[in-house]
Design a protein around this ligand. Structure first.
Ligand SMILES: O=C(O)CNC(=O)[C@H](CS)NC(=O)CCC(=O)C(=O)O
Length: 298
């Protein structure tokens, strides 16, 4: 294992065509390589952000034909850097899409794939309901990838609100967890930084969260504030809420062990029963609920 990950993070305002986004990718890959980065990381929907169903359908293909993923592979090989693709939509077997990430090695090979597990089906006050699952199919597998920088945990955007996913990665030894995102402006303002810092602190791992920013061609607006957080919860980089940008940061990997040595909460964790004390009701469970490691009540 190497002792430092020099990571370059891109904040972008994705367009509704692959071509425009591939231009941003190429420029960012060159800059990352010029700055000596080991890895370039990109936001959710870096490959395509297009809520126009017909316009999107004409562009979206299987992973093997996706022009954005092909471009990521080319840029990785050309510059000899790792690329985390952020995400792009690819066809799923049921006719919907997967919100799909690939991790590409410096030879341009796809080392790992991840499909967003938790879809953004929400009801924000003052806005139309967002039903990501009407167009996207959920992934079923959490994915942790062994690399020279330690095991890297995959996630996307709304996954951030499901802390047991990151706990599983931490228990399996993750040094870094990726949260490429396209947060809404109101939820970004209210929740983004505190959730990311909490995931880093409670798991003693780096969190790298490249994000979409600004007003997009497809009519959406996103919060930005791409962040890199240390295992101790410090904000090491913040790309702001206004415009696209890029930053390169050195992440010393021994900070992971240092955080977990000082606060060994992963080791100090205990199973417990939940006793729900209250007035007797007919529908009360007769046995205490057991809290499972997945965070679901069983
Ligand atoms: O579909 C695309 O093109 C890109 N994907 C997104 O924008 C997704 C699904 S609509 N956005 C989120 O998950 C926002 C989560 C969020 O804002 C929160 O949890 O508060």
């Amino acid at each position: 294992m190497t002792d430092t990950l020099r990571v370059s993070m891109l904040q972008m305002t994705s367009h509704n065509t692959h071509d425009r986004n591939i231009e941003s990718l190429s420029t960012a890959a060159k800059r990352a390589a010029d700055e000596g980065a080991d890895m370039l990381t990109l936001p959710e929907a870096a490959g395509l952000m297009d809520r126009d169903k017909d316009h999107a359908r004409a562009q979206i293909t299987q992973e093997s034909h996706d022009p954005y993923i092909a471009a990521c592979r080319e840029e990785a090989a050309k510059h000899g850097i790792w690329i985390h693709s952020g995400s792009s939509p690819v066809k799923a077997p049921d006719g919907r899409y997967f919100n799909h990430t690939v991790l590409i090695d410096p030879a341009g090979e796809i080392l790992a794939r991840y499909d967003k597990i938790h879809l953004f089906d929400v009801f924000l006050d003052g806005r139309d309901a967002t039903g990501e699952s009407s167009r996207y199919a959920p992934g079923t597998d959490a994915v942790l990838v062994d690399t020279p920088f330690g095991p890297l945990g995959m996630s996307i955007c709304y996954d951030l609100r499901f802390p047991h996913l990151y706990r599983e990665y931490a228990l399996a030894g993750a040094t870094v967890m990726f949260v490429p995102s396209a947060f809404t402006v109101p939820t970004g303002r209210a929740h983004w930084e505190v959730l990311l810092r909490a995931r880093a602190i409670e798991n003693g791992a780096y969190v790298i969260a490249p994000a979409q920013v600004g007003d997009h061609a497809d009519g959406r607006a996103t919060w930005g504030h791409s962040l890199i957080i240390s295992p101790w919860g410090e904000v090491l980089a913040d790309l702001g809420g206004a415009v696209a940008g890029q930053v390169t940061v050195d992440l010393p990997l021994d900070a992971v062990a240092a955080a977990r040595r000082q606060i060994p909460n992963l080791k100090n964790a205990r199973a417990f029963d939940l006793r729900h004390i209250g007035p007797a009701r007919n529908d009360m469970p007769s046995t205490p609920a057991r809290h499972s490691s997945t965070g679901a009540l069983t």
